[in-house]
Design a protein around this ligand. Structure first.
Ligand code: AMP
Length: 521
């Protein structure tokens, strides 16, 4: 019988696309670490192949979850790549999570494999085995642990498992500031489509154009450090300068060898506190990108003045990866501080009122999105998933914002942070922006507290600039001349700091609990 000519099978596995972007010279350095280690592209390929072969030898069921709670290391990156190429589902967990949280995630996701740090093996394995997990390995940040010991016996060649674009690649648990944390299911296609769009939008430079070098200073259990930063660099064949933990002085020093930096706003603030941050220190850099939490206008302006660079702010979330970005190219528009830029190509973004009807340009409402990057739903929560999608397939982000006539999107807050005082909607971001403009104010947060008369009232927490002395009554008085009375916070407190999670987001749920006594004042 004559052999038939089938077209080559197209593998939708994200690793196939990442691997195709590796440079020809596999002995070139892909990661240089802050502890002085150098890894080549060949190391990434071989290390991830060995771990993928280890997983293959365990005979895991299709769609098995591999849950990982380990410190940041290049081996942890290999573990992520190994999970992709073996066709399993990567489930990263914040290193700060304690036993109660880990019990919930492991019970909910039922991973076949759990990888944890050596010191946590005792309690993590107890939880995992009880929940039916078959294998628990350890991985230390210093190239130790049973995962590497076992993988060392496996072959360093591995054929990437074929996956469809719609097959799951990762589950990311949302930070769960209200109610139970939900596992956002992201497919190979979700992740790849977004990475390809960003490669184009952010002008990643090919080797022929001089290439790019990324300073990777973020944790790798979150969408920002794991997907946006790592996919960006790998898909461009670009080297990463890798910090296990953020150190502002080290980053500033490394800017002379790098071109791209991605950070949450707190990282920019901490670098601004360093005298070494100058135009000269940043002159080799091409692009600074901020996201995951709102970037204060003050920080945006100060960065511009100190370094000569305009930070590019973008907006995204675990369920969608990146949704909007300020323009990279000046011809497409200005990078506007206080906004998160335009919807990315392929992303449809609309603003709706409480009934789900589109609002006029410039009006505030709920942000809804659709596009190839939008996740497949929440893990084992079909009702919650159905609630969060509209009938025409848009995802309700839970963020509140507006779009101006030019298409720039501004985030005003989370819908659950909206304050409804005496029946009026009060957007905390608007009040915070006014407070932040007052002399001597470094930063502020406004939260809604339940109140017998008004339903809710606003409470402002204000951090003074170093050396400044602020008086709550004066702050309230200054706001009165600028804002409608229903927007004025009923109480104002001067504080030293605001509670933040590891991604720099102010934890308003913590503040609401801390200041709930205000309802009785
Ligand atoms: P996460 O899923 O942990 O990445 O959190 C996503 C949420 O972070 C979004 O829904 C927004 O509320 C917020 N967020 C992300 N980027 C920005 C930004 N540039 N400005 C304001 N909020 C942001």
């Amino acid at each position: 019988m004559q052999a038939q000519n089938f077209p080559p099978a197209v593998n939708g596995n994200l690793y196939t696309a990442l691997r195709a972007a590796f440079p020809q010279d596999l002995d070139a350095v892909v990661v240089e670490t802050d502890s002085g280690l150098f890894y080549t592209w060949r190391d990434l390929e071989r290390g991830s192949a060995m771990m993928a072969n280890l997983f293959a030898s365990l005979d895991l069921p299709t769609g098995a979850r591999i849950a990982v709670q380990v410190e940041k290391s290049v081996e942890a990156l290999m573990l992520y790549l190994a999970t992709l190429r073996a066709g399993y589902v990567f489930l990263p967990l914040n290193t700060a999570y304690q036993s109660g949280e880990i019990s919930y995630f492991i019970g909910n996701a039922e991973p076949a494999v759990v990888v944890c740090s050596g010191p946590n093996f005792g309690w993590v394995s107890k939880i995992a085995f009880k929940a039916g997990t078959r294998y628990v390995f350890t991985l230390g940040e210093d190239r130790t642990g049973s995962l590497l010991e076992r993988a060392a016996y496996c072959a360093d060649q591995h054929t990437v498992a074929t996956r469809n674009a719609d097959d799951l690649a990762a589950i990311l648990y949302t930070s769960g500031t209200t109610g139970l944390s939900k596992g956002a299911m992201l497919s190979h296609g979700n992740l790849l489509s977004n990475a390809l769009v960003l490669k184009d939008c952010w002008g990643w430079r090919t080797q022929a154009q001089g290439g790019d070098v990324l300073i990777h200073a973020l944790p790798i259990f979150h969408v920002h450090g794991l997907f946006v930063a790592i996919h960006g660099a790998l898909l461009n064949g670009s080297k990463m300068i890798w910090l296990a933990r953020f150190d502002p002085q080290w980053v500033i020093q490394k800017m002379r060898e790098a071109t791209v930096f991605m950070g949450v706003p707190t990282l920019f603030v901490r670098m601004l506190a360093e005298p070494g941050l100058t135009q000269e220190a940043a002159c080799h850099m091409r692009l600074f990108i901020s996201g995951s939490a709102p970037l204060l206008l003050d920080t945006f302006k100060e960065w511009q003045a100190r370094t000569g660079h305009t930070i590019l702010e973008r907006y995204g979330m675990s369920e969608t990866v990146i949704l909007t970005s300020n323009p990279y190219d000046a011809q497409q528009g200005e990078r506007l501080g206080g906004t998160v830029g335009f919807a990315l190509p392929g992303v449809s973004l609309r603003i709706v009122d409480e009934q789900g009807h589109g609002v006029a340009v410039g009006e505030v409402g709920g942000i809804e999105v659709s596009g190839p990057n939008v996740f497949k739903g929440y893990w084992r929560m079909p009702e919650k998933t159905a609630e969060e999608f509209t009938e025409d397939g848009f995802f309700k982000t839970g963020d509140v914002g507006m779009i101006d006539t030019q298409g720039y999107v501004t985030i005003v807050g989370r819908s659950k942070d909206l304050i409804i005082s005496g029946g009026y909607n009060v957007y905390p971001a608007e009040i915070e922006a006014c407070i932040n403009e007052l002399a001597g104010v470094a930063e502020s947060a406004v939260v809604g507290i339940a109140h017998a008369d008004f339903g809710e009232v606003g409470v402002a927490l204000v951090i003074p600039k170093p050396g400044a002395v602020l008086e709550p009554a004066k702050i309230i008085a200054s706001l009165k001349s600028r804002l409608a009375n229903f927007k004025i916070p009923k109480q104002c407190f001067i504080v030293d700091s605001l509670p933040r999670n590891t991604m720099g987001k102010v934890q308003k749920n913590v503040l609401r609990a801390q200041y709930s006594f205000v309802q009785k004042l």
